[in-house]
Design a binder for this molecule. Sequence first.
Ligand code: ZN
Length: 273
Amino acid sequence: MVKKIAGTIVTILLLMLCACGTGPNEGDLSLISTQQEIEIGDSLSQELDAELNLINNAAVVDYVDYVGQSIVSVCERSEITYYFKVVQDDTTINAFALPGGWIYIYTGLLRRLEDESELAGVLAHEISHVVARHSAEQLTQIYGYSILVSVLLGSNPGFWEELMANLLGSAGILHFSRQNEFEADSLGTYYEYLADYDPREGMLEVLEFLQELGGTSSLLGELFSTHPPASDRIAAVQRQLENFDLSDSLMVNRDRFRDMINHLGGPLEKYKK
Ligand code: ZN
């Protein structure tokens, strides 16, 4: 399928993607390397997996992985291996990414989505945080390069506990800046489109869901951080979509998504049209 996008937007996106592909701060020795980022993510995911109630049902896990990998296949940073995990927790409406490519989605969000394009939108947003190295930047800013390296060398064993607390806490490393969130929405929308998903049904409807919830619930996490406001994020994605050739053949895939959700007990209330 040929993607037609207005010339100026192509230029802007290419500039953005080039920057992401090589890391936004290439040449900045104070930023951890990709290999270091992966080592940190690997350790964190092992700690986290022991804390969280992860779903093993193959019908669910394989499906989420399939949708995630379809986005990965069109995104930058191909040196990263992405792992997708589903957390059994119907009371938490959230998804998040660890540095280095570990992405988690809670059943409280998964069961409130309507179709596969919305799932693709959520995963594309989280993948984009990894592609743009937002966590790596934030980790380096908070802890400093030398502390992170000492941790990776094993000379700072107490650090993982602190990092986990920080990760899960309200001032945690997963609270990205306003600019980071806009960038994850924009890149994610573009990736959805490149992967043949309909971002009108996907990214846009996920953000409208956020707006419906009002951004006030304590159940909302990284994905639905209240800064920037949902209305601004929706407006930005709508402006971006004006430049896309959005045919009706783009994928939504409601039926097979619903089949998968039935393995979890069906959709949860609040998001049924
Ligand atoms: Zn985000």
